[in-house]
Design a protein around this ligand. Structure first.
Ligand code: PLP
Ligand code: TYF
Length: 394
């Protein structure tokens, strides 16, 4: 049966994790995979998560299945966090998903069920898994201009021009905040312009919100998503709890599907339940229950927000330190974009050879496209990286 299998190209980011682990050099620095690390290099379990787990362990009396589309109280709490208000329940169908990835995959499936002729529009560049899933599913996709390699900001004129070509019923994938892999993001004014293009073309947005709370704050990071959802008839939102709750391996996520007409809601909810049944039936519960427990308890939620804010400010301060260090080493402001970027990532704009040199000479691991994970740094390693960047001729 399996003799005809073709070898699959490994995920470059995950392959880099293995290479880093195997590197025997002392003082090696991992700026590859997008996992938050504290200044000591650990990915901690957040305080509120530990406390929620303790409460769940004490109170839980059964491990029987939850609802097919997920625990309603979790869906209520997380959708309210994303939207900053109670969702429009007449027009919103929801699914508890296997992480953000599961939400994106089911969103692609939903969009195809709704419009078998759709084209998906993705940013150039985007998270490699987006493209990989689209290829595997045989869904046609095109890239829209996004990253301006000269300014390391958003090529917004190019983006608008390309999005204007979307057709009615196409899917436009947008990063809600903290763009992966570039770190360059839209302003709220630019979001409004994108919304206007979507209104005009009739293309449907899918917002991938994987880093809410890692950029400018929990509400600020959801502002674009909220504008999209409140302005447009149809919209999909794929939210992940992996990063902001630090529960990567628990696999908690949410897919929201907003439909134009309340008469379509039952159909959409039924389609989500159907899609769940075709893949794994019931979603995992533990991560979702942690999130629900935290969000439903004012004191726990406040503690979680405080810890998340500390994480966010820590990354911001590393950005400022790195930009300052590079300013003083180069005597120029050409690396100031690092300070303007938001989230875990920045695309440096280095060549693959420069990325290789940084790795060979200093045991500092960046993804091949020159994406670096800011959270992999600490106050002591920032100057080491800055010197390596300059020495590689970036
Ligand atoms: N979307 C983006 C842009 C991401 O970077 C990630 C990364 O982890 C995800 C979605 C999905 O995350 P997960 O499936 O771990 O929740
Ligand atoms: O971009 C990243 O590094 C994170 C983690 O197949 C990740 O989103 C990377 C690759 C992958 C799954 C998750």
């Amino acid at each position: 049966m399996f003799g005809n299998l073709k070898p699959q190209a490994p995920d470059k980011i995950l392959a880099l994790m293995g290479e880093f682990r195997a590197d025997p050099r002392q003082g090696k620095i991992d700026l590859g995979v997008g996992v938050y690390k504290d200044p000591t290099g650990l990915t901690p379990v957040m305080r509120a998560v530990k406390e929620a787990e303790r409460r769940i362990w004490e109170a839980e009396t059964t491990k029987s299945y939850t609802a097919l589309t997920g625990e309603p109280a979790y869906l209520d709490a997380l959708s309210a966090m994303v939207l900053g208000r109670t969702r429009d329940s007449d027009r919103t169908a929801m699914l508890s998903t296997v992480g953000g990835t599961g939400a994106i995959r089911q969103a692609f499936e939903m969009a195809r069920m709704g419009n078998p002729d759709l084209t998906v529009h993705v940013s150039d560049p985007t998270w490699p898994n987006h493209v990989s899933m689209l290829k595997f599913m045989g869904l046609p996709f095109v890239e829209y201009r996004y990253f301006d390699s000269a300014t390391r900001g958003v090529d917004f004129e190019g983006m608008k021009e390309d999005l204007a070509r979307a057709k009615k019923g196409d899917l436009v994938l947008l990063h809600g905040c903290c763009h992966n892999p570039t770190g360059a993001n839209l302003t709220l004014e630019q979001w409004a312009e994108v919304v206007a293009i979507l209104e005009r073309t009739g293309a449907v947005p899918l917002v991938d919100l994987a880093y809410q709370g890692f950029g400018d704050g929990l509400d600020e990071d959801a502002a674009g998503t909220r504008l999209v959802v409140s302005s447009l008839p149809d919209a999909l939102v794929a939210a992940s709890c992996s990063k902001n709750f630090g529960i990567y391996r628990e696999r908690a996520g949410l897919l929201m599907v907003q439909v134009a007409d309340p008469a379509q809601r039952e159909l959409a909810q039924g389609a989500l339940a159907f899609l769940g049944r075709q893949t794994y039936s019931f979603p995992p519960d533990h991560g979702a229950r942690i999130v629900q427990t935290i969000l439903e308890d004012a004191a726990l939620a406040a503690d979680w927000r405080a810890e998340l804010e500390q994480v966010r400010l820590g990354m911001l301060s590393l950005r400022q330190q790195l930009a300052a260090e590079l300013r003083s080493l180069t005597g120029s402001d050409r690396f100031d974009f690092i300070e303007l970027h938001r989230g875990m990532f920045s695309r440096l704009g280095a060549t693959p050879e420069q990325v290789q040199k940084i790795k060979d000479d200093n045991a500092i691991y960046l993804v091949g496209d020159s994406r670096l994970n800011i959270a992999g740094l600490n106050r002591d390693s920032v100057p080491v990286l800055a010197r390596a960047i300059v020495e590689a001729g970036v």
